[in-house]
Design a protein around this ligand. Structure first.
Ligand code: LLP
Length: 441
């Protein structure tokens, strides 16, 4: 069951009640829904800044350099990328298009990092031409592939190596684990590939190996795995005669999605202090100059800033008494429940404190039984055209959205108190060409 009061810690910080209705950044949500149609995604500027500041204020504990780099895969659009750049954050991009978007949004190339287990030659070329901070090399194969490109272009590539420490994190969904030795990502410590990679990169005149990187996975709430992985990384570097100038523990800090998860959620200070303490003590022990720490949060920065606004359509009670509430979005704009069994809360905009009375399934409108946004939530009686908000919609929803059943991707707004801005227009297939066959184009 979700009411405004229960959900306040997972709603945008500017969410409030006015005349008994849910509002965000002072906006009446019915007015926005009428103007922009639903499903509608809203990003709250105050929440994004709040999340950024909550991390920045913690780095005071680290005497060396540090940087916050947003993982663009969580949600990226030109408008949003500009907001991230204006906040002085770096960006981690994972494809040619994300890289192009970062360039267009005005990021300083010194703050851009390119990731991916199979980067395209075009992405690598652009990264070299634009002179980004680091290409995060993912395999021995990629060391050789990048060398070919760098030597052809006559440009030395500044790289990090992505190291796979061989760790699985408790209570993390298998699809969100990336640190195990069987992962498709990175150079494994356990089978010796990581050592080979470091030696190969060090001996290569077209590569400047400036840092080492790990990313353990997502929805992690404990600092210990980060500290342990960093220790392992630094020991590896020492064995291989490398003093990394930069160290990245990746991203992955957890974000509660429903009030029931709040108890288990840990403050972000657990993450930052574990990372800073591990790096500081391991480097100091060796009398090495402190490295720059680069963290890559995606979800922690973007998830809570975003909400999805849907309109209720059909409702029904089944023979066993289950209440089905169908909304006008679902699987196409949010595949996370179907992919990971992700849980969500729901708040009725005009009745945000209503007590739940019926055991309900909130489903989408798509032709797929797995299109269930929320299973088994207690809901009040609702009616066609009521507006519903699902909080924590800002990460990995739109960036993983699809056109299933020819759905069009929703409009996305950026909200500041009294000011709205379109980050992304609703998709218009008739304008964007995907209703036109090749012979008509
Ligand atoms: N750095 C690297 C190298 C990554 O691969 C990722 C996420 C991040 C940072 C940011 O992780 P975050 O802080 O956002 O957890 N689709 C899944 C999440 C996949 C994350 C992929 N990599 C989901 O919907 O939960």
């Amino acid at each position: 069951m979700s009411t405004f009061t229960e959900c306040q810690p997972i709603l945008p910080v500017s969410a409030g009640l006015k005349n008994g209705k849910l509002q965000i950044a002072g906006f009446d949500l019915e007015t926005l829904a009428l103007k922009y149609d639903t499903p509608l995604y809203l990003y709250d500027g105050a929440t994004l800044r709040h999340q950024v500041e909550s991390i920045r204020s913690l780095f005071g504990c680290y005497p060396g350099e540090w940087e916050i780099t947003y993982a663009g895969k969580a949600y990226f659009s030109l408008g949003f990328a500009r907001k991230i750049a204006e906040l002085g954050l770096g960006v981690d991009v994972a494809s040619l298009r994300e890289l192009m978007m970062a360039k267009r949004a005005g990021f300083d190339p010194e703050r851009v990092h390119l990731h991916g287990n199979n980067k395209s030659p075009e992405a690598l070329e652009l990264a070299l031409e634009w002179g980004i901070h680091s290409i995060v090399v993912d395999s021995l194969d990629e060391i050789d592939f990048l060398t070919e490109i760098a030597s052809r272009l006559g440009k030395v590539a500044r790289i990090w190596l992505r190291i796979t420490p061989g760790m699985e994190i408790d209570n993390v969904h298998p699809y969100m684990q990336t640190g195990s030795s069987s992962s498709k990502f990175g150079l494994s410590v356990i089978d010796g590939t990581a050592s080979k990679g470091i030696q190969r990169a060090k001996a290569n005149r077209w590569l400047d190996l400036s840092g080492l990187h790990i990313h353990l996975g997502s929805q992690i709430y404990f600092g210990d795995p980060y500290a342990n992985a960093l220790r392992m990384l630094i020991e590896l570097a020492e064995r291989e005669g490398l003093v990394p100038r930069e160290i990245s523990p990746g991203g992955g800090w957890g974000q509660p999605y429903v009030p029931e998860q709040l108890k288990a959620a840990r403050p972000v200070s657990d993450w930052i202090s574990a990372v800073c303490a591990a790096v500081n003590s391991e480097y100091s022990k060796r009398n090495w100059p402190l490295p720059k720490i680069v963290i890559e949060p995606g979800r922690y920065l973007a998830a809570r800033a975003g909400v999805a606004l849907y309109r209720v359509g059909t409702t029904k009670f089944t023979a066993d008494g289950t209440y089905f509430i169908a909304v006008d979005g679902g699987l196409a704009d949010n595949p996370r429940p179907a992919l990971y069994g992700a849980q969500y809360a729901a708040i009725m905009v005009n009745n945000p404190e209503a007590e739940g009375r019926f055991s309900s399934h909130i489903v989408g409108k798509f032709c797929e039984s797995g299109d269930e946004l929320i299973k088994g939530i207690m809901m009040p009686m609702v009616q066609r055209s009521d507006l519903m908000v699902t909080p924590v919609a800002g990460a990995y929803q739109l960036s993983m959205s699809s056109n299933y059943n020819m759905a069009t991707r929703p409009c996305v707004l950026w909200l500041e108190e009294g000011q709205e801005e379109i980050l992304q227009k609703r998709e218009r297939p008739e304008l964007e060409g995907w209703w036109v066959s090749a012979d008509e184009a």
